[in-house]
Design a protein. Sequence first.
Length: 142
Amino acid sequence: MTTIRVHAHYPETPAIVWNELRVIERHVTWMADARSITFETDQREGVGTAFFVRTKVGPLATTDRMTITRWVPNRVMGVEHRGLVRGTGQFTLAPDPAGTEVTWEETLHFPWWFAGPIGAAFAAPVLRTIWRANLARLGELI
């Protein structure tokens, strides 16, 4: 298991940041590792929304089932991952005088055949780099 955390600051209010973040199907426009999103539920936002995300990092590709587990408008979006890599993740938006601080944190469990903790140790810096760039692209959209 490994926890990865990245941050970004945007000069907009949490409401403006949330308006982009909450549109799950648009995550593929700013997440370089997300190739496609297909909803399993008719619901498109809020707790219980379930969808499949096709992800590719280098030569590794997988499809994960994700479910929204926490949804507090303008504050928090939490997810559960079920797939090759399992775990939980959360986007947290915190207002500050100059805009909004966004924290993206995920706790991931890598399978034994991916070398478990050793694989996680190698994957964490790669994912951290990708996710920082993802948050930069999100900022460009906002």
